[in-house]
Ligand binder design. Structure first.
Ligand code: SF4
Length: 422
């Protein structure tokens, strides 16, 4: 933080609890299944849930799919059939066909929550029945009062509760990253000299990270409130840091981790000199259309606060409103402290009121969900789909230019359209 600038850390928060427009947590399965090749995600839901998964996955047909939907029929919803018996027989059939499955997640949905189907109980029963070959755990991806990144948080919080205890000193990095980014991160941590780095989600059921008082936790995604709470409950220690977006965010994250392990900032800066220079150069090139422009964030991915820090501190933008589904100061406090006071900080959503504010602000760029983007484009606003930021590699140094480029692209497109129309 530079010279005591008034920041968003102490800014008042506009809390709204009205209609909200977001995807549900089932969406997280699309990126989670890639990080756990021995896992299967069985959604206990409706045809709507199956359609959502299929369209979010790009309607891929797998010979050996790693997620699927057990459809609750009317007899289940009306309580005429014993849904627990149905789950048992579906799972037994699935596991007898698929010897590659080592972890099975029963994923709750709106319909399973509405009929109060106890999936935790089902997971406990099925775990006993299929141990030691398969671990069965349950989490909710329901869209009732949630947002789409909460699916990953719910999944990792459940996993965290079942991890073995350990007193060994370790760094646990929490949050799913694309493999290429994860490899870069592990390379940086190794070069800095961080010992015993473990990951959640862990790729392999046979090598779970141990949790205990000497586990130091660094989050790479800000939507990990429940997982962080569970790890803290198990005695692990959080490392507060800005999130590793852009050059400055990545450097601050690495320095915070290094400091916890007694490694100096100077050492981090010396080891990362070349990638920092590359990142600064890439951002300077890609962010040129962003300089001096305004940005308005609707609450969607929970990445809003760290991204607002990146755009305002590293790309020269001005934030008008930073909306986020949940404002967890314990997690995004370091990013808030880096954002100059001024923008409206809002938590939750009352979509009509927020649309009025966005229309009045007419920011140069509006970051929002898919459902709002097209209508706002039709009104002449330039938009960026928030969900794209979760599906694209955007963390750490080598992706810093691409991250700036993701925000610059809609502004370039709008400029080209306007030039063509003139
Ligand atoms: S979990 Fe709820 S919001 Fe998500 S697809 Fe199923 S019914 Fe729709």
């Amino acid at each position: 933080m530079t010279a005591q600038m008034p920041s968003c850390l102490d800014a008042p928060v506009l809390r709204e609890r009205g209609q909200h427009e977001v995807f549900c947590g089932l969406t997280s399965i699309i990126w989670l299944h890639r990080k756990m090749p021995d896992a299967f995600f069985l959604v206990i839901g409706s045809r709507t849930c199956a359609h959502l998964l299929q369209s979010a996955a790009g309607v891929m047909i797998f010979a050996e799919p790693r997620f699927g939907t057990a459809i609750l029929e009317e007899t289940d919803l009306a309580g005429l059939a014993d849904a627990q018996d149905e789950i048992d027989s579906q799972v037994t059939r699935l596991l007898s066909r698929r010897s590659d499955i080592r972890r099975l997640f029963l994923v709750g949905s709106c319909p399973s929550e509405v009929i109060k189907l106890d999936l935790e109980k089902a997971a406990e029963r099925l775990s006993l029945a299929h141990a030691p070959r398969v671990q069965v755990q349950a989490f909710s991806g329901s869209g009732i009062e949630t947002t789409f990144t909460q699916g990953e948080d719910a999944c990792l919080a459940t996993m965290a509760a079942h991890l073995p205890s350990s007193d060994a000193q370790s760094l646990l990095v929490v949050g799913a990253l694309p493999d290429v980014v994860q490899d870069q991160m592990l390379g940086l941590l190794d070069a800095i000299g961080i010992p015993n780095v473990t990951l959640l989600p862990n790729a392999n059921a046979d090598t779970p990270p141990g949790i205990g008082p000497n586990t130091h936790v660094a989050l790479v995604q800000p939507f990990m409130g429940d997982t962080a709470a569970e790890l803290t409950r198990r005695g692990a220690q959080m490392i507060p840091a800005p999130f590793p977006f852009g050059e400055a965010g990545t450097t601050a994250w690495l320095c915070a981790v290094a400091e916890r392990f007694g490694i100096s900032r100077d050492h981090v800066l010396s080891v990362t000199e070349a990638p920092r220079a590359r990142a600064r150069k890439a951002i300077a090139q890609a962010a040129e259309p962003l300089d001096g422009k305004s940005v308005f964030f609707f609450p969607d991915s929970q990445l809003e606060v760290p991204l607002a820090r990146f755009l305002t501190r590293e790309c020269g933008m001005r934030a008008v409103e930073i909306g986020t589904p949940f404002l967890h100061r314990g997690i995004v406090g370091s990013d808030l402290a880096e954002i100059a006071a001024g923008p409206t900080l809002s938590e939750g959503q009352d979509v009509d009121k927020q649309l009025d504010r966005a229309r009045a602000a007419r920011a140069d760029l509006t970051v929002c969900g898919l459902g709002l983007a097209n209508p706002l484009e039709a009104e002449g606003l330039t938009t960026k789909w928030a969900i794209e930021l979760v599906f694209t590699p955007v963390h750490f140094y080598e992706q810093a230019g691409d991250l700036a480029g993701l925000f610059a692209r809609p502004l370039r497109r709008r400029a080209l359209l306007q030039a063509g129309a003139a």
